[in-house]
Design a protein around this ligand. Sequence first.
Ligand code: ZN
Ligand code: ZN
Length: 374
Amino acid sequence: MVSQHQAQAAGLGYAARRAKLREAVFGGKNPPDALLIVNAGNLFYLTGFTGSFGALLLAPDEARFLTGGIYATQAQGEVADLPILVNPTLKEFGETVAETAQALGVRTLGVENTVSVAWLQGMRKPMRKVGIRLKPAGAPVDKLRRVKDADEIAHLRAAAQLADATFEHIQRLFQPDIAEWDIAMEIDFYLRRQGAYPAFETIAVSGERSALPHGKPSERRLQNGDFVTVDFGARLNGYCSDLTRTVVIGSASPEQRKIYTAVLDALNRAIDAIRPGVKGKQVDALARKTLDGYGLADYFGHGLGHSLGIAVHDGAGLSFRDKKPLEAGMALTVEPGVYVPGLGGVRIEQDVLVTDNGCELLTHAPVELLEFRY
Ligand code: ZN
Ligand code: ZN
């Protein structure tokens, strides 16, 4: 249950985010008269609405939240501090949005660059009818979402804590004859029982299959000598965590130990390097250089990490593409991996929060090599 006090406090948080967005959009050159937001994650960020269908019309001094009849009651509860308009049954949503914008005196309406071509085509006609011009507005909400505020950090911490607890819970299943999909199901079941959802399709791969970075859990049963990699996350109160651990069933071979040591070294060096001002791609390069020292860089075929937030891949992170300096308040995954076809793979993934002078771990499950001997 959310108390009245909590709801009001959260409402203040949404209003503050909208104020920042207004500053970014309407304070710039040639601003549109209003901005239309339809992306579900952005609506949640700006209003608290958890449904999949709605629109926020944001003008410099006015705002309207629009949704369909299916969310009428839900929106009243979640969007506490904005006028809500429910689209009449049998009327195109685009027409209601267009007429509402017209009533606010809007002539040019900014739209996010994440809308689909089909959505844009459907919007053109009703907008033309009321004389409103649509204008590309970039991705101003995504930009704001890069740096997390205090409410978001609290939710990210809770989601990371739940991922840690889930890893602790499933350790009893790291034994011969347990199937990969039994591990995956137990992870999902545990998350759901704690009031969360899996943040993405849970990965549990073993033996040679652990060399598949995004492998689907199969009926394969664990055997002595296997690497087992689990990669999962909790979506709790709308915010995601993302945790990977690789363990060994039985005793690790010298080769397995070498790979694990290399990945752990890359992880630790990367985490030590994360601080405001450093570019994501520099941290990625450092992890690659570390693996190169072990002769394993060629087996690391993905970026070092991504942003975490309302989405599990919440924007720029730690890959060769990320050229912008990191900022305090960014939440990131750090997940180096080495995947050797025919042998298996190791990935270790931590979630971190960039602080003023470094970063803080959000996930705390053990990272040293765990061997489950029976
Ligand atoms: Zn992951
Ligand atoms: Zn990840």
